[in-house]
Design a protein around this ligand. Structure first.
Ligand code: PXG
Length: 465
């Protein structure tokens, strides 16, 4: 079989890709017509493509390459582990050193009452675990009617049937029969888009109190858990008003509803602490982890579980698990990633250097005529595009048109930013330097300027009526 190498011409690779490769969250016919961008290698915060471009990765891959690309140590650990023990499972009374060591390390980094890890291969799988685990927990405690999980509209918890149901993305629910029963969604604390005339703090409180109203309407004997990202990522980096989380915590405590914090994006330094739960000061019963756990170098996820839940679950058999739960190579690589994060004081770099520089750059874009608000916490930021800041107006054009144009101009200027409808978002590697952040700012502003001119020419700066 001939090898497919990086040295094939771009057009040939694109044709092969279009012929055989179905991409996630993509209109594949459109992609085939345009030709996919082919990433060939990466180092630090830079990606390289098959056309020789060097692209600043403002998204750390998909919010995951926290330590940056090209760390040889992780490759070496993977090679060593593959030679020693490439695979064994953790079912049927067996274990291995990488899974033991990683579980212990995660427990030492997590809040004091979270000391137990159930491994998965991804964030989606981990959230499927959580769904089954919280229902099983209540059943084992003699309360089998507590099956409902409350989540939020526009949340992202993964793409499997369970995690996609937990998520609140309506285009996902529209395909394949989601959500499954006994999952319900309340409003998100997205003041810019949905806060109307309320102050952010009043709106945050009202959103949290919708949780209480939902619990009371269903009866607390029906509700197992509330799941949420401390800061919504894929939904558009939505940072809730400061009134939101304390009220949610109060409500979960009052009605004994388990709190699942989905830390897949927020975990491992993204918000400036080890976990987003620390940043927003909540006390979850379970945390979902993936992405930054291995900085994306290996697929691995998991659930960090409280002592109380683990005690109950461990008293019986939990009929659940994945072939690759605690995969030795993935676990060894994740452990090396955690070593680097700690020994190189990456969280200090975030808090003292990178996050302040990123905030200054990002907030500096607030004076651009397309930008309504800038929001940033730690190393994740968003900005709202609007034709009129004063009224938080939407564009007359279809939602996402402006966002797409800015994203496209950003790519054209060798900066990866994402758009979620008409919000632009960033989430760069945590190790990014002030110089690289400056370059990011220059490219982001150029993208906004170019998109503004295009939109003006196409008469797209009109407000929705
Ligand atoms: N929870 C959260 C909070 C996530 O952000 C998942 C769970 C699922 O993880 P896996 O490993 O199964 O993908 C995620 C994933 C985007 C984007 O475009 C975001 C994610 C995945 C793909 C695309 O923002 N987040």
């Amino acid at each position: 079989m001939p090898a497919i190498t990086n040295h094939l011409p771009t057009a040939e690779l694109q044709a092969l890709d279009a012929a055989h490769h179905m991409h996630p969250f993509t209109t594949n016919d459109e992609l085939a017509a345009q030709g996919a961008r082919i990433i060939t290698r990466a180092n630090g915060v830079y990606l390289h493509d098959s056309e020789g471009n060097e692209i600043l990765d403002g998204m750390a891959g998909l919010w995951c390459v926290n330590i940056g690309y090209g760390r040889e140590e992780l490759a070496e650990v993977a090679a060593r582990q593959m030679k020693e023990l490439p695979y064994y499972n953790t079912f049927f009374m067996t274990t291995h050193v990488p899974a033991i060591a990683l579980a212990k390390e995660i427990a030492s980094l997590a809040p004091a009452h979270l000391n137990h890890v159930f491994f998965a291969g991804s964030g989606s799988e981990a959230n499927d675990t959580n769904l089954r685990m919280v229902r099983t927990y209540w059943a084992m405690k003699g309360k089998p009617s507590k099956t409902v999980v409350i989540s939020r509209k526009n949340a992202y918890h993964g793409s499997s049937v369970g995690s996609g149901s937990l998520g609140g993305m309506s285009p996902m629910h529209a395909q394949g029969g989601l959500p499954i029963p006994d999952i319900t969604h309340i409003n998100q604390p997205h003041w810019w888009a949905e806060g109307g005339d309320a102050t952010p703090n009043d709106f945050g409180l009202a959103c949290a109190q919708e949780l209480e109203a939902t619990i009371l309407a269903m009866g607390e004997d029906r509700v197992a858990a509330f799941i949420a990202e401390p800061i919504q990522g894929a939904g558009g980096v939505i940072i809730p008003p400061e009134t939101y989380w304390p009220e949610v915590q109060r409500i979960c405590d009052k009605y004994e509803i388990l709190l699942i914090a989905d830390e897949v994006i927020c975990g491992f330094g993204r918000t400036g602490n080890w976990f987003g739960s620390e940043t927003v000061n909540i006390r979850p019963d379970i945390m979902t982890i993936a992405k930054g756990l291995s900085s994306g170098y290996q697929p691995i996820g998991g659930s960090i579980v409280s002592d109380e839940i683990a005690t109950v679950i461990n008293s019986g058999e939990f009929n659940h698990g994945y072939t690759y739960s605690g995969h030795p190579v993935a676990a060894a690589v994740a452990l090396e990633n955690l070593r680097i994060l700690q020994e190189e004081n990456v969280l200090d770099h975030v808090r003292d250097v990178a996050a302040p520089a990123l905030a200054e750059m990002w907030n500096g874009l607030g004076d651009h005529p397309l930008v309504g608000e800038t929001k940033i916490i730690g190393m994740m930021g968003s900005l709202a595009l609007t034709p009129k800041k004063e009224t938080r107006a939407k564009f007359a054009a279809d939602a996402g048109t402006a966002g797409y144009m800015c994203r496209e101009r950003s790519f054209a200027n060798n900066l990866i930013m994402r758009h979620v409808y008409d919000r632009l978002i960033i989430s760069p590697p945590l190790v990014i330097t002030p110089e690289e952040i400056k370059l990011m700012g220059q490219r982001a502003r150029l993208a906004l300027d170019e998109a503004y001119v295009q939109m003006k020419d196409l008469d797209l700066l009109k407000e929705a009526s």
